[in-house]
Every structure is written in C-alpha cells, then in structure tokens.
Design a binder for this molecule. Structure first.
Ligand SMILES: NC(=O)C1=CN([C@@H]2O[C@H](COP(=O)(O)OP(=O)(O)OC[C@H]3O[C@@H](n4cnc5c(N)ncnc54)[C@H](OP(=O)(O)O)[C@@H]3O)[C@@H](O)[C@H]2O)C=CC1
Ligand SMILES: Cc1cn([C@H]2C[C@H](O)[C@@H](COP(=O)(O)OP(=O)(O)O[C@H]3O[C@@H](C)C(=O)[C@@H](O)[C@H]3O)O2)c(=O)[nH]c1=O
Ligand SMILES: [Mg+2]
Length: 310
C-alpha cells in the first residue's frame, strides 16, 4: 500500500506514523510541509482546495488516512465556516479524489456528533444530533465521505489524549503546577482514549480490511466506534490523572479537585452530557480488543515519566 497520512503532526497523526509504516510506504503530510521533531513532509493545507488537490495528485496514494481536523471545539462556534471547510468540504474533496482514483479513505470522527442524551452506549447507526459547530462540521464530513463513493472507514473516537499535543491530560498537568485547586465538570461522561490506541487499532484494522476479498471489503466499510473501554467524567479523569502522575513522580503534589456542573463552567460550545460509544462492531468484526481507559492512562503516564527521566 502507498499511504498518504494527512495531519501527521496531530495527536493521532503522530501516533500513526510508526504503525502505518509496518503496512507500506507512508507519505506524511502536514499543513505547512514541516514535520514536528524535524523532517520534511508533503504540504497539504485542507483549508486550500487547490493545494489539497495538488497534494493528493502528488502523493498518488492507494490509501489516504485523514488525521487532520479542526479540533478547537469552542473556537469553532465563532468560526464555523473554517471548521466546515476543514472538517467537511476538504473531506468531501478527499473522498472525490479517492473515488476517481480507486483509493480507500480512513477518516476520524467524534462522539460530539451525538447530543449525549441517550441512555445506553451509542451504536454506529444511532441518529446523530450535534450540539455545536465542531460536531456539525464533523457530521457533515462523515456524510460527504459516504456520499463520495470512495471505499471508506470512518472511525468515531472520543476524548483523545497523548503524551504529546494539545489535550486534557497535558492541560491538567500544567494547571496542577499553577493552582492549588481545580474545578472540573463532573456531569459530562465519556471514554478517554489514547492516540496510541487509536493508531495501533487503525493499523491492525486497515491490514485486516485490505486483505478481505473486494465484495467483503465493501460490505465491511462504513462507520465504526473506536474508544477505550469504560467511561468516566472529566472530573474522574482529572483525579485519575493526578493520582497516576503523582505516583509516577511527575507531580510533587496533587491539587484539590472540586466537582462542578457544566453550568458552572460556561463555554461557547455546549458539549454532550453522556457520549459513551458502543465499540462492539469493531471488536467482533475484526477480532480487535479495546482495553479499559484506566490502562491507557497508565501507559501514557508511564511514557511521560520515561521521557522525563531520559
Ligand atoms: N482531540 C480529540 O479529543 C478528538 C479528536 N477526534 C478526531 O480525531 C482526529 C484526530 O484528532 P487529533 O489528533 O486529536 O487532533 P489534533 O488537533 O491533535 O491534530 C489535528 C491536526 O490537524 C492539523 N490541521 C488542522 N487544520 C489543518 C489544515 N487546514 N490543513 C492541514 N492540517 C490541518 C493540525 O495542524 P496544526 O497543528 O498546524 O493546526 C493538527 O496537526 C480528528 O478527526 C478529530 O476530529 C475525535 C474525537 C476526540
Ligand atoms: C481546563 C478545564 C476544563 N474543564 C472542562 C471543559 C470541558 O467540558 C472539559 C474538557 O475540556 P476540553 O477542552 O479538553 O474538551 P474538548 O476540547 O471539548 O474535548 C473534545 O475535543 C473534541 C475535539 C472531541 O472530539 C471530543 O471527543 C472531546 O475530546 O473539561 C473544566 O471543567 N475545568 C477546567 O479547568
Ligand atoms: Mg479541546
């Protein structure tokens, strides 16, 4: 396979570089052609239709993995057109290119396509009803890719974090050094998912999917939920982060963590209250295992501690 990895500097993109390399030749692309940590990549700005088209032609990939996205949930409320351009229109263009060149697309979406008012984990075909501009743009991206006619896998994940990049875990560790007390919402529940788990699972899935006979491959395409198992609130997650990080020697002292209601932490975007995803389909169809979120947290904190002492 000749794989184009869009968004190679993001949390998921960076984590994908190594596992995808085990499947074929990987062409990394970033917005400006620079790879974090050094090195050059193909320049592919999803905000620029002409530039994106040139990059797709230049890479001539058989599989496109799109890990690029506009992920600033609150900022999307004040620039919905930009979020839509990157999370929706560009995805449609990637799909159209793939459809006309016989390539497949692996794309990521989010738990924020749901309104969070369900009473059981969301299944892939449950109705979507995003609460904000980010979720709407991601939902539109899913639809555009499905309508493009390209072979596709759409992996909906949630609450992504890693030892690198912008995420809740890194925000919490930073704030722990600055404040005695943190107030964290306890009425939003989801499944914190390490970027490394998403990346490893994506590579395993892609390998198995591509080996299916064409007819079965077509039948197996579509939307899959992919998160760590179990669920917690952001408050629970913060507490677990501080406990683990303290035990690993990353934090001299733990801040006090106070559970609050979303109403007491006003943000531009409304977030789903309960966005747990049912990941059975992915696991049974492809024989993949998704471990508990607590295990993922242990591994990411260990990686941070190892990097600190290196
Ligand atoms: N983060 C999360 O909690 C969740 C993420 N997801 C989805 O998972 C996928 C991966 O997300 P994640 O890795 O966490 O996101 P990140 O925000 O860590 O990475 C996104 C990457 O996309 C790049 N990007 C943004 N705009 C453009 C553009 N115009 N052209 C090219 N590249 C661009 C960013 O580059 P730059 O740094 O230059 O802006 C960044 O490297 C996305 O589809 C996201 O919607 C789903 C659920 C939860
Ligand atoms: C910093 C901070 C945040 N919070 C709250 C705000 C929010 O409800 C919650 C998490 O904050 P974040 O900004 O990390 O959350 P957010 O950026 O909304 O995270 C989402 O990102 C997108 C890309 C997704 O697709 C989702 O799955 C989800 O991961 O914690 C507090 O309650 N106290 C605090 O001190
Ligand atoms: Mg955020």
């Amino acid at each position: 396979m000749r794989i184009l990895l869009l968004g190679a500097n993001g949390q998921v993109g960076r984590s994908l570089q190594r596992p995808l390399a085990g499947l074929g030749e990987v062409i990394c692309a970033t917005r400006d052609g620079r790879l974090d940590g050094g090195g050059v990549a193909l320049a592919a700005d999803l905000g620029d239709p002409a530039g994106l088209a040139l990059a797709l032609d230049a890479a001539a990939a058989t599989v496109i993995v799109n890990a690029a996205a506009y992920t600033a949930v609150d900022r999307a409320e004040s620039e919905p057109d930009r979020a839509d351009r990157i999370n929706h229109r560009a995805v449609g263009e990637i799909g159209a290119w793939a459809a006309s060149h016989g390539a497949a697309v692996v794309h990521y979406s989010t738990d924020y396509v749901f309104d969070g008012r369900g009473d059981r984990p969301y299944r892939e075909d449950d109705p979507v009803a995003p609460l904000g501009a980010y979720g709407r743009s991601k939902q539109a991206g899913e639809q555009a890719l499905q309508a493009s006619g390209a072979e596709q896998l759409i992996l909906r994940t949630a609450w992504v974090y890693a030892a690198h990049g912008h995420n809740f875990l890194r925000t919490m560790l930073r704030l722990a050094g600055e404040r005695e007390e943190l107030r964290i919402v306890a009425d939003q529940v989801g499944s914190p998912t390490p970027a490394g788990l998403i990346a490893g699972t994506t590579a395993a899935l892609l390998a198995r999917w591509r080996h299916l006979p064409a007819g079965e491959r077509g039948a197996a395409q579509g939307v899959y939920h992919l998160t760590a198992a179990g669920a917690c609130s952001w408050f629970d997650f913060a507490q677990a982060i501080f406990e683990r990080a303290h035990a690993a020697g990353l934090l001299p002292r733990r801040p006090r963590v106070v559970p609050i209601a979303s109403a007491d932490y006003p943000t531009p975007a409304q977030r789903p209250a309960w966005s747990v995803l049912d990941c059975e389909r992915l696991q049974t169809r492809f024989g993949l295992h998704l471990p508990a979120w607590e295990q993922g947290l242990r591994e990411v904190v260990e990686a941070l501690a190892a990097a600190r002492s290196a």
